[in-house]
Design a protein around this ligand. Structure first.
Ligand code: AP5
Ligand code: MG
Length: 207
């Protein structure tokens, strides 16, 4: 299928966790603006230096910075039939800019209430070697890799509150915007990782 798919939802909804299912089903590469920004921060690039303060505070990075990043990424050969966006677009200006670069064929929104999000975020751990996402209670890592796991700098209870505020104020209205275009499929993100995965599979297969 030609065109891009957007994985949408609040911080900690399970976008990164479920992305591989869509990648496997569609062959589209995952494009996560959060991962791209974190890599720029760790490399200390100009972009990383600019983005870091926003990310650490749980605020959105300015639209122009993000749009420039995506415009460049979509010029790469693996993006020619569309990609799977994870964490982008997050504002209506980002979605408008995206519409002028590539066609969005579906938006899959994973919905999770705020009180569940906080425990998901503060318990998240990442494997820096494989990029795999774990959780201290919901998806424990194998004992042999426990010592190398890292915690994201913005995964604190205080920063999560700001991220949720940014989500409700700036990003959630975008769900309605895509719904008006007939592109939105809503998934209940409160089940287990496997249960949510089944709903994601069903949504992709029905495209
Ligand atoms: P980003 O990295 O995109 O963070 P986010 O949107 O806040 O989303 P997360 O990555 O926190 O959550 P997720 O939905 O991927 O959940 P995950 O699968 O890991 O962005 C970070 C920052 O970069 C932003 O704050 C902003 O500053 C900047 N930024 C990025 N994109 C931007 C843009 N477009 N515009 C402007 N600024 C931008 O799961 C979370 C945890 O829950 C894990 O531990 C997982 O194991 C667990 N879990 C997952 N599913 C379940 C389940 N069903 N049950 C129980 N536990 C579960
Ligand atoms: Mg993520």
């Amino acid at each position: 299928m030609v065109g891009s798919i957007v994985l949408f939802g609040p911080p900690g909804a399970g976008k990164g966790t479920q992305a591989s299912i869509i990648v496997d089903l569609t062959g589209k590469p995952q494009v996560s603006t959060g991962d791209m920004l974190r890599s720029a921060v760790s490399l200390g690039t100009e972009l990383g230096i600019e983005a870091k303060a926003y990310m650490d505070a749980g605020k959105l990075v300015p639209d122009q910075v993000i749009i420039g990043l995506i415009d460049q990424r979509l010029r790469e050969p693996d993006a020619s039939d569309g990609v799977l966006f994870d964490g982008f677009p997050r504002t209506i200006p980002q979605a408008e800019a995206l519409a002028s670069i590539t066609e969005v064929i579906a938006v899959i929104s994973i919905e999770v209430p705020d009180d569940e999000i906080v425990s998901r975020i503060v318990g998240r751990r990442m494997d820096p070697e494989t990029g795999e996402i774990y959780h201290i209670s919901y998806k424990p890592a194998p004992p042999e890799i426990q010592s190398r796991l890292i915690q994201r700098k913005d995964d604190t209870e205080e920063t999560v509150r700001n991220r949720l505020q940014a989500y409700h104020g700036q990003t959630k209205p975008l769900g309605d915007w895509y719904d008006d275009l007939g592109l939105l499929t809503i998934i209940d993100g409160t089940g287990t990782i496997q249960e949510v995965g089944e709903s994601v599979k069903a949504a992709v297969r029905s495209l």
